[in-house]
Design a protein around this ligand. Structure first.
Ligand code: 5GP
Ligand code: ZN
Length: 114
């Protein structure tokens, strides 16, 4: 296994505020939140970045997005709205190389992002 901070959250070597967990996914609060609600939804499997997903990951991707949608409802940000973000590679601001879907909500969001 690579020396990966999010793998260590999966194995509980590093503590995190877990919002949801099942056999395939973990969702937890971001350590440096950029919005009142800022969760990370990640696969337990180490996949470094979104561009590495293949057809065999189709079910996993669906689970990531469906879980984010459900958590948005549970955290009360489904209305008026929330943002799901996946940064890929340094040019887009990816800093942790374990696939993660940001769920951001609870404040107005600007568009386009910076
Ligand atoms: P990226 O910049 O790769 O799209 O997002 C990485 C996110 O992971 C950032 O929002 C950052 O605050 C969060 N993060 C980095 N290290 C940790 C950690 O150890 N624990 C938690 N909960 N979040 C982290
Ligand atoms: Zn990892």
């Amino acid at each position: 296994m690579p020396d990966c901070i999010f793998c260590k959250i999966v194995t509980k070597e590093i503590p995190a505020k877990i919002a949801y967990e099942d056999a395939h996914l973990v969702a937890f609060s971001d350590i440096n939140p950029k919005a009142p609600v800022h969760l990370q939804i990640i696969p337990k499997e180490h996949i470094a970045r979104v561009s590495e997903l293949t057809e065999k990951n189709a079910d996993l991707v669906a689970k990531l997005v469906m879980t984010a949608n459900r958590l948005a409802r549970e955290y009360g940000v489904a209305e008026p709205g929330y943002r799901l973000v996946i940064n890929c590679n340094p040019g887009a601001g990816q800093s942790v190389y374990h696939l993660h879907l940001h769920l951001l909500g609870g404040r107005p969001m600007k568009w386009p992002p910076g």
